[in-house]
Design a protein. Structure first.
Length: 74
């Protein structure tokens, strides 16, 4: 059976805070794996999350570097 993840479990798996996951749900949903709703709860399939992580890892750092912000010091 496929394990269902909630926000705290997803944050732990991704290595970020719960607040970061909640922020991305509302402001940048494309930065998270696909989710579904169970009432008011956001939920993720662990199998799909792991596949999403693998796909992003295979895409490499090239994509990450292209989208990252550059900060210039004064």
């Amino acid at each position: 059976m496929n394990e269902i993840l909630d926000i705290p479990a997803l944050a732990k798996l991704l290595g970020c805070t719960e607040a970061a996951v909640r922020n991305k749900v509302y402001k940048n949903p494309a930065a998270l794996p696909p989710w579904f709703r169970d009432g008011a709860r956001y939920c993720w399939s662990k199998k799909r999350v792991l596949a999403w992580m693998e796909k992003r890892e295979q895409a490499g750092e090239r994509e990450h570097a292209r989208r990252s912000r550059y900060r210039h010091s004064a």
